[in-house]
Ligand binder design. Structure first.
Ligand SMILES: [Cu+2]
Length: 109
């Protein structure tokens, strides 16, 4: 019996480790205007729980995020972007935050 429990706990430990290593990547469409926008979004995301890595592509208006799916989810990441004033896929920027952005970061009229 003890042996069975030992093997079981070993199995669980292996599973937990495997899960911890699992990472996913999402690409989010946003509306960056300049390198300041890139930095703002990067900073906001890198301190978001579960986010491992953030890359931005200013030319294509894309944010590529590597995250741990057991700690966060794509919508939470999109909301983190919206919270600093940028649209993220279908989630619109938080208006009060967008208003605070410097003129160079606002969408062209
Ligand atoms: Cu900007």
């Amino acid at each position: 019996m003890k042996k069975v429990i030992f093997i079981m706990s070993l199995l669980v430990a292996t599973l937990v480790t495997a899960q911890n290593k699992k990472e996913e990547t999402i690409t989010i469409k946003t509306d960056m205007q300049c390198s300041m926008c890139e930095n703002l979004i990067k900073e906001a995301l890198i301190y978001t729980k579960g986010v491992k890595q953030v890359e931005t592509n200013l030319e294509k208006d894309l944010v590529i995020v590597v995250y741990k799916p057991q700690k966060t989810n794509p919508d939470a990441i999109r909301h983190a972007i919206a919270k600093v004033g940028y649209d993220a896929d279908s989630i619109p920027a938080v208006k009060s935050e967008y208003e605070k952005l410097p003129a160079c970061c606002k969408k062209p009229e």
